[in-house]
Design a protein around this ligand. Sequence first.
Ligand SMILES: Cc1cc2nc3c(=O)[nH]c(=O)nc-3n(C[C@H](O)[C@H](O)[C@H](O)COP(=O)(O)OP(=O)(O)OC[C@H]3O[C@@H](n4cnc5c(N)ncnc54)[C@H](O)[C@@H]3O)c2cc1C
Length: 334
Amino acid sequence: CVMNFDGAQGWLVGEANQGLACMFTMMNDARFQVGLQGLGIAEAAFQGGLAYARERLQSRSLAGPVAAQKPADPIIVHPDVRRMLLTQKTLTEGCRMLGIYTARQLDLEHGAISAPARQAAARRAALLIPIVKAFFTDVGQEVASLGVQVYGGHGYIREWGMEQLVRDSRITQLYEGTNGIQALDLIRRKVLGDGGAELNLLIDEMALHVRAANALGGLQAMATAVGQRLEEWRALSAHVVEACERDPQESGAVSVDFLAYSAYVLLAAMWLQAAVRAQATLAAGSAETAFYRAKLDAATFYWRRILPRATAHREALLGGADCLMALPASDFAF
Ligand SMILES: Cc1cc2nc3c(=O)[nH]c(=O)nc-3n(C[C@H](O)[C@H](O)[C@H](O)COP(=O)(O)OP(=O)(O)OC[C@H]3O[C@@H](n4cnc5c(N)ncnc54)[C@H](O)[C@@H]3O)c2cc1C
């Protein structure tokens, strides 16, 4: 609906020129919650896709019939359907882990005992909020679209609910500041704002998961890959800070790719943390082997099949501002 307030009177609430500061207190909270809205939509799309893929019969497994007594195998046997489901699962669970980590910072910002700890949590939350808002809602849209794809033609029609998730997730990329604006917030206010200092502290903390994985054993290849990405992220942010100081167009040119790159590497650290916990719990003799083995398999899928997306974002942002700004506005249609 649209409401017009023609001829309406407005009143100033609070002090003049203090509104923006008040608004940012509200916006941090609202942006976090919109991120969680994207995550909730992703979860619903994954649950729908998983249930359908276990039931829908179509074709036979490439390795030979799995449900020989039935006219066809359930589509969950097909590698491409598994690619879609695992993409849904690992993006959704990865965002859930990052969401819980961010929520903890918001709690500590208000509840930590010492003032320095409260301030440190506030800085960490401020850095993460634009990533949570933009990346989780982009994930919501991608995972909802994959939900439609898993259902095939049934995904497109209204009856099964998947198409509604695509429509509902689309607004989350726009309101509370478009995702493009979130990316500018990350690069300009949160990274350039302190020369990358808080980002480096976050990278240091994420590197602790690499150390834990190496100490545990059995996860060396994944730990090495995540450790290399974390150092690549540190070097990339130093490059971006330097490039943005040289050319004011750069911050707007790198912003969206830098946010996506950061999110994919952060989720890799989250999945490594989950793998460490799963490996340690299995080694301690847990009876819940299927649950923890599933976490290890999912972490491996994320590392091998999703994390490579970070390379594309890195290469794109290193392409610089020139190729974006060269074409005159009048010549775009040529
Ligand atoms: C259903 C719905 C509900 C809403 N609810 C509320 C509400 O409750 N309260 C409220 O206050 N608002 C609400 N909004 C408004 C919403 O927050 C804005 O629509 C949103 O922030 C985008 O602003 P805009 O529409 O003016 O887009 P614009 O600012 O015109 O942006 C258009 C495009 O240009 C890009 N862009 C703009 N400026 C820059 C820049 N400097 N650099 C790079 N790119 C840029 C944007 O990223 C976007 O892609 C709602 C909107 C909708 C659709």
